[in-house]
Design a protein around this ligand. Structure first.
Ligand SMILES: [Cu+2]
Length: 232
C-alpha cells in the first residue's frame, strides 16, 4: 500500500462527485478554457447552516464539488482523475479513445504498461482520433526510445475501430492524438522495465509546446516515474 493511501482515497471520492456532474474534467480539454480558482469561501459559508457537523467531511466535499462544477484548476483536476497506474506489466492492454458529451477528448487509461513483446490495442469509443507516437518520424518531438517504433494509427473515425501495436523495444513511449494535441489528448505506453534515467519520454517537455500539452506531459512523467519506482 502507498503511504498516502488515505489521502488518495479521499481525492478519488471527491473526483467521483465531480465526474458525475462535470464529466471527465481531468482531461481538461477545450470545454474548460477558464481555469479560474474556485471561490470556496462562498460555498462553505452556505454549509454552515447545517449546524457545524464538521465530521461529515466527505459528504461536504461531495456537495462542494457539485457547486464548483468546471471551476477546478488544471492541476487539481489532473490529480483527481485517472490517479491509478498499473502495478505491473501485462501481456496486453487496451486504451479507449473518447470524446465525452461535453466535448472533452482523452485516452483512457492515460498510462498502460506491457511486457516486452506486448501488444496495445486502441479502440475508438467516440469522436475522431489518432494514436501517434511522439517521434521525429511523425514530425513530433522525440519522446520514445531512439530505436522504438514510431507508430501512427492514422485517423480513426468509425466507432469500434481499433489499432493494434506490438512493442519489442523496452522504453517509455509518449503518444498524442494529432488533431487534439493542443488540448492535451496524450497518453503513455511503458514497455518492459526501462531505466527511467535514460528515456526521452521522461524528459522535461520543451517550453515551445502549448501549455496544455506541456502540463499533460509533465503529469504523465510524474505518473510513470512513480510507477517505475515501485518496481525496484
Ligand atoms: Cu483526439
Amino acid at each position: 500500500m502507498r503511504p498516502n493511501a488515505t489521502w488518495t482515497r479521499r481525492r478519488v471520492l471527491t473526483a467521483a462527485g465531480t465526474a458525475a456532474v462535470a464529466g471527465l474534467a481531468g482531461c481538461n480539454t477545450g470545454a474548460t478554457e477558464n481555469d479560474s480558482t474556485p471561490s470556496r469561501t462562498a460555498t462553505e459559508a452556505s454549509h454552515h447552516d447545517d449546524g457545524g457537523e464538521e465530521h461529515h467531511e466527505e459528504t461536504e466535499h461531495h456537495e462542494e464539488t457539485e457547486h464548483h462544477e468546471g471551476t477546478e484548476t488544471h492541476e487539481e483536476a489532473a490529480h483527481h482523475e485517472h490517479g491509478s497506474v498499473p502495478e505491473e506489466p501485462a501481456a496486453s492492454a487496451t486504451v479507449s479513445m473518447v470524446t465525452t458529451e461535453s466535448g472533452q477528448q482523452h485516452f483512457e487509461p492515460h498510462v498502460v504498461w506491457v511486457e516486452e513483446g506486448g501488444t496495445v490495442t486502441w479502440k475508438l469509443e467516440s469522436g475522431t482520433h489518432t494514436a501517434t507516437a511522439y517521434a521525429a518520424d511523425n514530425d513530433l518531438p522525440q519522446r520514445i526510445p531512439e530505436d522504438g517504433i514510431a507508430f501512427d494509427s492514422g485517423m480513426l473515425s468509425e466507432s469500434g475501430a481499433t489499432f493494434e501495436q506490438t512493442f519489442d523495444t523496452p522504453g517509455v513511449y509518449d503518444y498524442v492524438c494529432t488533431p487534439h494535441r493542443s488540448v492535451g489528448m496524450i497518453g503513455t505506453v511503458v514497455v518492459g522495465e526501462p531505466d527511467p534515467h535514460d528515456q526521452p519520454g521522461l524528459a522535461e517537455p520543451g517550453s515551445d509546446l502549448g501549455e496544455k500539452e506541456r502540463h499533460k506531459l509533465e503529469e504523465l512523467n510524474e505518473k510513470v516515474n512513480e510507477m517505475l519506482g515501485h518496481t525496484h
